[in-house]
Design a protein around this ligand. Structure first.
Ligand SMILES: Cc1cc2nc3c(=O)[nH]c(=O)nc-3n(C[C@H](O)[C@H](O)[C@H](O)COP(=O)(O)OP(=O)(O)OC[C@H]3O[C@@H](n4cnc5c(N)ncnc54)[C@H](O)[C@@H]3O)c2cc1C
Length: 373
């Protein structure tokens, strides 16, 4: 089959890899370079963890995604996964439940008491009433390296075409036709649209209006030399147990310490710039000043704002059928990177007319929303 994949983020590139593995001819087209620094996937790192507290299906799916990432490292012959573990800080009863959930799903987890947390992580100032769930088979995906590895692999495959700097302006699903801004038309037997936060511009209005755009601010920091050893033994922390939802990614493989907080995720009307307003930089610095002993604005190397779309009804991702063999990953949600190998496989199945492999994720395993209804 001939497949057109619109987008050059993690979802599009891994779907292209899936299609290429099946022997299909694939054209990947992006509005910018491939990969593109403005894409949501383009960042130093993303957390790969299995535990989703009180959510057995996502926890099981994340364990499966973890196995897929290990396979991808081999296939793409690139090391992009730093297995530094993941720590979720929770009230003690919830931590016990989380550890049980994870082990019940076939993973490995350890509960750490408040005293153990204080002992292991003296460079963090955690709430003394909280405990933690430590997953060892978890860590950090070096996101930019993942994208580069996909591009490097695709480039050398026969039948694969990477078309950069060509915005797509229209998709006709029934005809398998994609129109580029320069007037060129790509015809294919299957089409995937995975344009991350830009999806509203390419989808029918009735779908676009169900999608909410989010904008989140991040700070990138340098840790002082005397703390380097402690940080080298620090896992990714998707929840520091604070009211504002603070989380961080430690400095691994030469990257910066990245800190942010759910409180700094707000709704936005449009994708404009990626600059972090000063007030939010100050807010994050103040928040982490309380969480990281010794933290000062001098640690901050830079900041960035990133965008993602969510389906208003669920707050998560959304798959849409565009007619014929065309589908869109219309909303990527805030946690699609770790699930990307599962998402890509099921999207490739849909586009290629195969029975979709179940992922365990409700948004992917239910029938796609029909854009024509
Ligand atoms: C702050 C933040 C932190 C996150 N942390 C995590 C995490 O720790 N773990 C996790 O699993 N997930 C995380 N996520 C979510 C994850 O990063 C995203 O779900 C994922 O990267 C989305 O990938 P994508 O391929 O759908 O979109 P993108 O990476 O945005 O790619 C879309 C591509 O489409 C291209 N495009 C757009 N419009 C057009 C057009 N008209 N024509 C051609 N090309 C076009 C763009 O140029 C871009 O290259 C986070 C998200 C944010 C915002």
């Amino acid at each position: 089959m001939r497949v057109t994949v619109v987008g050059g983020g993690v979802i599009a590139l891994l779907t292209a890899v899936e299609c290429a593995l099946g022997g299909h001819r694939v054209t990947v087209v992006d509005q910018g370079p491939i990969p593109y620094s403005r894409a949501t996937s383009f960042d130093q790192h993303r957390i790969l963890r299995a535990l989703h507290p009180a959510d057995p299906r996502s926890t099981a799916a994340a364990l499966s995604a973890h196995r897929h990432w290990l396979d991808l490292e081999e296939l793409l012959a690139t090391r992009f996964y730093e297995r530094v573990g993941a720590l979720t800080v929770l009230p003690p009863a919830a931590a016990d439940e989380g550890a049980l959930l994870l082990t019940g799903a076939g993973g490995h987890a350890r509960t750490l008491t408040a005293a153990a947390l204080a002992d292991r992580y003296p460079h963090l100032s955690l709430d003394g009433a909280l405990a933690g769930v430590l997953e060892e088979d978890a860590g950090v995906l070096l996101a930019e390296r993942v994208l580069a590895a996909c591009v490097g692999w695709l480039k050398w495959r026969p039948g694969i075409d990477l078309v950069a700097h060509r915005p797509v302006v229209a998709v006709d699903g029934e005809r398998g036709r994609v129109r580029l801004a320069d007037g060129r038309v790509l015809d294919a037997d299957g089409v995937l649209v995975a344009v991350g936060p830009w999806a509203r511009g390419l989808l029918p209005e009735r779908v676009a209006k169900t999608l909410t755009l989010h904008r989140q601010s991040l700070l990138y920091c340098r840790v002082p030399g005397e703390q380097a050893e402690a940080w080298a033994a620090t896992p990714a922390i998707p929840a520091l147990g604070t009211r504002r939802g603070a989380w961080l990614i430690p400095p691994v493989a030469g990257t910066a310490l990245k800190v942010t907080s759910a409180a700094l995720c707000r709704e936005a009307d449009d994708i404009t710039d990626h600059r972090t307003p000063e007030e939010y930089q100050h807010e994050l610095a103040a928040e982490f000043g309380d969480l990281l002993p010794g933290f000062s604005p001098a640690w901050v190397l830079g900041s960035k704002d990133c965008y993602y779309l969510s389906y208003a009804e669920t707050g998560g991702p959304l798959v849409v059928s565009l007619g014929g063999a065309a589908h869109a990953y219309a909303a990527c949600g805030g946690s699609s990177f770790k699930f990307a190998p599962l998402i890509a496989r099921t999207l490739a199945d849909r586009v290629l007319g195969r029975v979709p492999a179940p992922t365990g994720l409700a948004a992917l395993d239910t029938a796609p929303l029909d854009a024509s209804l």
